[in-house]
Design a protein around this ligand. Structure first.
Ligand SMILES: NC(=O)c1ccc[n+]([C@@H]2O[C@H](COP(=O)([O-])OP(=O)(O)OC[C@H]3O[C@@H](n4cnc5c(N)ncnc54)[C@H](O)[C@@H]3O)[C@@H](O)[C@H]2O)c1
Length: 286
């Protein structure tokens, strides 16, 4: 099956990025939000990102215009009815994702592949809301979508080989590398990242080094582009915390148990860049 039209559910941080890279790769895209105001906000963020690329000389004005002409915004799930692939990127809540998948199952033809961008949730739990578990898988993009080279393709025990194959070819057509993972919490990347970030936080709690030196140690000693505490601020401390709780629930391994300091920071509303305060202070919320 050839993918021609892609649906994206949710026009937030990840949905805007996914819609943008799909349209830039020549796909027709329809992206949805819960209301006109949020849809407008998401569409504006796509056009301003493209405009910045034009200013930097990375994109021609013609390519920006043709990319934008391929993206249609909607607040009606029925507009996904002629999509070959729909990628869900709404907030990380199981009941909401199940509701969307049940709606998509009613609206989309049987051949349509339904993918979720979940970071840690069980994909088979989401798939069971549909009558086509063989056509459901995870496609986990990374933030910022237009910059990050990787997508994880997650195969549940029910995902069809054909579905996986089509999804892998689709990811490659976006110019991204793909790795295949089983449907276990955190898949390949976040399962390694959570204990890594937690170790850094526990070292900070224990007074082993300052936040700057913990980050500099990883940056300069391990050649990472940013340190683990900076990365946690970038992802959002709530996202790190709640994702870890899901992993801990499943694995019951102490390495996935969130550090006390992280829990307290989340309780205080210090969520990193997005709130202007996390392990570091920022001039204004991102
Ligand atoms: N933020 C990250 O770094 C990151 C990275 C990889 C994966 N993810 C995953 O991607 C998903 C989205 O995360 P995000 O950071 O973009 O969240 P976000 O809050 O920025 O965006 C989610 C959007 O979905 C919209 N939405 C909610 N219900 C909807 C519905 N029924 N129909 C249409 N839109 C709806 C919300 O209004 C919101 O704008 C989550 O599952 C998250 O775990 C996030």
């Amino acid at each position: 099956m050839e993918i021609k039209k892609v649906g994206v559910v949710g026009c937030g941080l990840m949905g805007t990025g996914i819609a943008q890279v799909c349209a830039q790769s020549g796909y027709q895209v329809v992206v949805s939000e819960i209301n006109d105001e949020l849809l407008k906000k998401g569409m504006t963020s796509i056009s301003s990102r493209l405009a910045k690329n034009v200013d930097k000389g990375k994109l021609s004005a013609e390519d920006r215009d043709s990319t934008l002409s391929r993206i249609k915004g909607t607040t009606n799930t029925k507009d996904f009815s002629d999509c070959d692939l729909v990628i869900e990127a709404i907030i990380e809540k199981m009941d909401l994702k199940q509701k969307i998948f049940a709606e998509l199952d009613k609206v989309c033809p049987q051949k349509t592949i339904l993918a979720t961008n979940t970071s840690v949730l069980s994909i088979i739990e989401i798939a069971k809301a549909t009558g086509r578990m063989d056509r459901v898988l995870g496609l986990h993009f990374f933030n910022p979508v237009s910059v990050m080279a990787l997508v994880e393709a997650i195969k549940t025990i029910a995902t069809g080989e054909d579905t996986l194959k089509i999804a892998i070819e689709f990811v490659k057509s976006l110019g991204k590398a793909v790795i295949v993972a089983k449907d276990t919490p955190g898949f390949v990347v976040n399962r390694q990242l959570a204990p890594f970030i937690f170790n850094a936080i526990r070292m900070l709690e224990a007074g082993v080094a300052t936040r700057e030196d913990i980050d500099a140690g990883v940056k300069l000693g391990l050649n990472h582009p940013i340190g683990p505490l900076q990365l946690a601020d970038f992802i959002g401390l709530d996202t790190v915390y709640f994702g870890a709780i899901d992993m801990y629930d499943e694995f019951k391994e102490p390495q996935y148990s969130p550090p006390i300091l992280l829990r307290k920071m989340v309780a205080a509303g210090w969520l990193g860049r997005k709130t202007g305060k996390g392990f570091y202070d920022y001039d204004k919320p991102a």
